[in-house]
Structures are given as C-alpha cells and as structure tokens.
Design a protein around this ligand. Structure first.
Ligand code: NOJ
Ligand code: CA
Length: 676
C-alpha cells in the first residue's frame, strides 16, 4: 500500500510551530484524485481542505464546537495521534436503486487533544471515496456530559458558482421550491444543497447517520464560507449526550457533472449495516388510497357527511386495488381525532380507535381476502407527547390486523412540534429536525420493526441513509410533493422535479405520490405537467413504495397511460443517470430487480428538450421491444394539450439510439422488454 500520510511532523515540532497554517496530515482517495489535507495554525485551530487533482474545491475550513457546559473546542488543540485505514467491500441492499453497493475508501483519523481544558480529547475521522468525502467527530467516554451549543464545522467553497437550495429554519420545514443563486447569495440552507462550481465540478453537501443529534443546516457566513448551524434545542443545548458518542458524518459529494452526484453511495456507505436481521417482510409495493379526494376537498379527513374513510369507500378502493394489481390501500382519516383543530395540535388523536363508520376489522379482513393490505396512517399534528405513549399499542393493533406499513405525519409549523414532557418542563416545543425528533423517528422505526411494520413519515426529519441500518424505514416526504399540485400556491413548477433529483433525492427515497393522470387539482386547477411526465415520475423520483395518487374514476378515463402505472416496478437491480443538468432535466435508466426489463424515464423543466439516449446498457445478446410513452407532438403543460400522449412500440437493441422529445413541462417513460 502506498503511503497516504503525506506529512506528519514530529509532535515536538508541532508544539513549537509558529502561528502559521501548516499541513500536519493528508490522505488521498483510493484512485488518488481527491485529497484531504489537515492544517494546524499554531494557535491550536485545526482545519481541513479538499482538492481534486490539485485544484482546490474546499479551502481551509475550521473544525470545532461551542459548548454550553464547557469552553469552546476550537483553539488550544494539539494533534495527539494520526491513524489511517482502508476498506474495499461490497454489500447488498434488501431493496433500493441498486442491489450491490461498493464501499471503497481510505480513512484518516486525527486525535486532537485540548490541553487547556481537562485534557479533553476528540477524534475527527475522515473517509475518502473516489466520489466524495465524509467526516465526523467522535467524543470519548471521558467526555462525560456533552452539551453542544453550536457546531463550528465550516465549508469554505474554493470557487464561485451556482447553488440550488431551500432555506433552513423557516416555517414550512423542507417544503419549498428551490432557489437558484450564486453561491455567495445563499442564506441558511437545508442539506442536501447542490453546487456547480466555475470549472464545472458539482458538489453536494449533506450528512449521514443522523442519530440522537440535531440536524445540520448550512449558514453562509461571508463570501462562499458556510458554517454548520444545528437545528435548535428546546430552551437548552442543541445536542445533549452522555459519555462516548459520534456525530453524524458531514458529507461532500464530488462529481464532474450532475449525473455523478446521483450515482454516488457515500451517504449509505457511511451508515451502519442492517441491524434488523432478516427483513424479507419489508415489501416494495404500489398503493392507491383514500387521499387525493381529501386534497381536492371532495371528501374530508374529519367525520361527517363527506367522510372519506368509510367502510364502503375502503372496500371500493380494495376492489380497485385488487383488480389492478396494487398491494396497498392507504386510508387517511380512519381514526378519531380529526375533528376540530388537529393541525399543529394533534391533542385528540387516538391511534387505536376508529370512527364509527369505519370498521377496521372488517376492512382489513376484506382486503387480505383479496390480497390487498391496508396502509396504516398515523397523523400526529406534530404532537409527539400524544403519539409516543400510544405508539406500542398502535403498532400492535396494526400487526394483529395484518397492516405491515404505516404512513406517519407531523403537520405542524417548524419549531412547533409538541415534545414529550420532561420532569421540570411539562410542555415544550421543538423543531422537526432537532435532536429530540431525531430520537423520536428512530423510536417509531424501531417500535414498528418489532411489529414487522415499515414506516413512511411525512413532514419528517431529512433522510441521512438510515434505511441501510433500518430497512423498514422505506420512504418519506421531506420536500414539496404532489399535494402541492392540488392546492399549493404556486404549485410545483416544472423545474421542481429536476431540482429534486439532484438535491433532495440524493438523500434517499421520496413518497412524492405521482400518477395524477387527470392533471386536475382542487377546483379544477390544471397541473403544470403533461400526462407522459406523470409516468416518468415513477422512474425519476425513486421510492420502493409508490402511490398511484389519482381517483379510480380518473384512471378509468386514461387506460393506456394507466397500463404503465400498473406494471412499473418499484425495486431495482441498478440505476443510472444518463444525462441531466440540475433544475433543467434528467434522464435515468433502471433495471428491474428480479427480471430482465430496463426502464428509461425523462423529465424536463418548462423548456421543450430533445434527447438522444444510447441504449448501450442493454444486453448484447438480446433483442428488446421498447414501449414508449412520450409527449404528443403538440403537448404543452400550459395548454389543453397537456394530455396529448403518444404510445408506441418498436424493436431495439444495444447500440441503438432512442431520440425522444419532451414537451415544455413534459417527460417520457420507456419500458424495454427482451423479446422471446
Ligand atoms: C400532509 C401529508 O403530506 C399528506 O400526504 C397527508 O394527506 C396530510 N398531511 C394529512 O395527514
Ligand atoms: Ca406534507
């Protein structure tokens, strides 16, 4: 193995060094292109920098913490030890975009000693991959009680460029349209945040394995220098831990183009392996539900004459699901507590008692007799104090009834989550991504796992790759989904999806709930989409569970397009971005798991776009039939022609090019099936 320690001065030299930045350690990625170097400035500050092929990407960026119960960890640090390691392994996902994932990295860990305060120490561990870098802090057992007021981790971007971001710390959690600005015009942003630098390099910053810690926002301090800002605590330190613990990994994806940001697994690789053992009970599936009718204002969640979740409606949906091959039926509004003001309140929710017009025993029995599973629903209104005490009973009820997945919900303004009472404070409010909610979500996932139930939270905490460790955490919302096309002002503009693909979707699956073929929202408003684009969403917005969100009567009006939704898989052997630019367009190819079919999906922004797709991923010794769902020649999301779709079949093989034109606000979906 070649030496990866470029320079490590003797400690005696370090201690006598002048107050000038000096490189004290460095390491390179397995392919040698990406280098992390560690600087020490003689006053005891440590910083890191990242370059690719000698070109700086991240300039010296400080490391450290502010504490509530101790002096800052920032100055007065010394390098006590440096270790390196390397790993190259491949592991398998039980479900996902890719079955096999390679984890090939070099590790550099630095033990820092703070002689100015009780000889405390801290390890900073870097992992360098060929396509990015992750690093985290590790506190030893001797740290005792750690009360973190703020993290001082910096990200000092070396070149000007463009940023795509949503704001952090604002009232609507993660549900914003993306801003596209120069890097030096970003404010406080959520992660993932995506950058394109002047030399074309693409970066995306995020975090992996957010466990018992506060979520990280990125706040621009000046120029292109960002600093971690932790989601607030509730009148206390932002993070409180006892004894040894590790922070989440801070991750930086590095790619030469947008596609390379997506085809990247560093966040999953930085999570712990599956802790649940055999998870054969976690099933990818498609579902329909008593849902869109409420968003259209045709039915209600609450009880009354227009109540959606009635036994009869549920049976009708079960019949529809059985006839069309959907495994699941989501039923929202089945349980008591929706009457009155539940938004941001949730004090009346019962998670075990149904409204009188919903016979949950009969509905689940009827469903299972037809091979259809009810998808459970726990809307909390953001009230954890009411939900957590009922959690065990609620999951036990679902398990008894054969309900093996649940959608949860936390509808409350950011900062308005009602937390569990503590001894000295009976009523406390917190943030959706604060430390206590990070804890809460894992508690729900672990409790559900004991009952062999999969979880899909809406208004969630962001995804940080924990699906690797807890494979029953199958999907989540955490961005503007289809519901905004029913009632959002504005709705999701056409650039939203190609923005999501290269930012939010880097973090993991999203329950976007596609497939509204009527292209109609509340009060007859038009969706800014073509019909072919609705099909493309199943391919470009990955989730192992996918909804067919529209009303059954609307699917009856579009049987040819519906045929695609009925058969599209939700679990993949491998996935690739073939072409794309952030916020402009994306073309993706995926091979179904357990079969030989390939799929290609494309979406564009408000501009029409023609793409030439090389079919060189197909098997050379097979011939294929391509079934193409594309925008009609006159299709346009702005006019009545948005329903114009052309569906055609033709023979293709490896080496062929598929030329496809997307309408403004359009897209396409292609299925490639081997012949014979
Ligand atoms: C917001 C969720 O995103 C949506 O899917 C759900 O229908 C409502 N909350 C009610 O729980
Ligand atoms: Ca939502």
């Amino acid at each position: 193995m070649r030496s990866i320690l470029a320079a490590l001065p003797a400690l005696s030299l370090l201690f006598s060094a002048p107050a000038l930045a000096e490189e004290v350690a460095s390491a390179s990625s397995p392919d040698g292109h990406i280098t992390v170097s560690i600087d020490w400035d003689g006053e005891g500050h440590f910083s890191y920098a990242i370059a690719r092929d000698g070109t700086p990407l991240i300039e010296n960026s400080r490391l450290g913490f502010l504490m509530d119960n101790a002096p800052p960890i920032s100055r007065f640090l010394e390098l006590a030890d440096v270790q390196t390691d390397r790993a190259d392994m491949t592991w398998e996902q039980p479900w996902g975009e890719n079955r096999q994932v390679r984890d090939n990295h070099i590790e550099l860990s630095l033990e820092l000693l703070d002689t100015a305060f009780e000889d405390r120490s801290l390890t900073v561990r870097f992992r360098l991959f060929d396509d990015g870098v992750g690093f985290r802090y590790e506190f030893p057992e001797s740290a005792g009680r750690t009360e973190i007021a703020e993290e001082l981790t910096e990200f000092n971007i070396a070149q000007p460029g463009t940023a795509w971001w949503i704001r952090g710390g604002d009232w609507n959690r993660y549900e914003y349209l993306y801003d596209e600005t120069p890097i030096d015009a970003v404010g406080t942003a959520h992660t993932p945040i995506t950058f394109k630098l002047a030399d074309g390099t693409h970066l995306a910053f995020h975090e992996a394995a957010l466990v018992d810690y506060a979520g990280m926002w990125m706040r621009r301090m000046d120029g292109r220098r960002f600093r971690a800002e932790l989601s607030p605590g509730s009148g206390q330190a932002k993070v409180v831990r006892d004894g040894a613990f590790t922070t989440p990994w801070r991750t930086i994806r590095i790619a030469k183009d947008a596609a390379g940001l997506y085809d990247n697994n560093i966040d999953l690789n930085l999570n712990e392996p599956n802790k649940l053992g055999d998870v054969g009970w976690v099933k990818p599936y498609k579902y329909v539900g008593i849902w869109w009718a409420m968003h259209l204002n045709e039915w209600t969640w609450n009880s009354g004459p227009d109540h959606g979740a009635t036994t009869q409606h549920a049976k009708d949906y079960i019949d529809f699901a059985a006839e069309n091959g959907f495994r699941g039926v989501l039923i929202e509004g089945w349980n008591k507590g929706w009457d009155g003001n539940w938004f941001g309140n949730g004090s009346d929710f019962s998670f075990t008692e149904a409204y009188p017009d919903f016979d949950i025993e009969e509905v689940t029995r009827y469903g299972l007799s037809k091979g259809v599973h009810l998808v459970g629903h726990h809307e909390t209104g953001g009230n954890i104090a009411v939900y957590e005490p009922q959690l065990e009973d609620a999951m036990a009820l679902y398990e008894r009834l054969g309900v093996d997945s649940v959608k949860t919900g936390y509808v409350a303004d950011a900062g308005g989550v009602k937390l569990l009472p503590t001894g000295d404070a009976p009523l406390r409010y917190g943030w959706h991504d604060g430390q206590e909610m990070a804890r809460h979500h894992l508690k729900v996932v672990e409790t559900a796992a004991r009952h062999r139930i999969a979880v899909n939270p809406h208004e969630p905490i962001k995804d940080t790759g924990l699906r690797r460790t807890y494979p029953n955490w199958v999907s989540r919302e955490g961005a503007r989904g289809m519901e905004y096309q029913a009632w959002g002002v504005p709705g999701n503009i056409p650039s939203h999806v190609p923005s999501l693909i290269f930012s939010r979707m880097l973090s993991g699956p999203m329950d976007y709930t596609p497939g509204v073929l009527s292209l109609k929202g509340r009060d007859g408003r038009d969706l800014p989409s073509t019909i072919a684009r609705q099909l493309a969403l199943y391919l470009v917005l990955y989730s192992p569970i996918q909804m067919a969100a529209d009303l059954p009567e609307n699917y009856a009006r579009y049987p040819d397009a519906f045929a695609f939704i009925k058969q599209v898989p939700t679990d993949w052997e491998e996935s690739h971005v073939l072409q794309g630019e952030v916020a402009d367009y994306a073309v993706m190819a995926r091979k179904e798991r357990g079969g030989q079919d390939w799929y290609v999906g494309g979406v564009t922004d408000e501009n029409a776009r023609s793409v030439s797709v090389s079919l060189d991923f197909l098997d050379a010794d097979k011939s294929y039939t391509a079934t193409i769902y594309r925008d009609g020649a006159d299709a346009d999301y702005r006019t009545e022609t948005r329903h114009s779709i052309a569906i055609e079949s033709k023979p293709v093989q490896r080496g062929d090019m598929l030329d496809l034109t997307m309408a403004p606000g359009g897209g396409f979906a292609v299925r490639l099936t081997p012949v014979g």
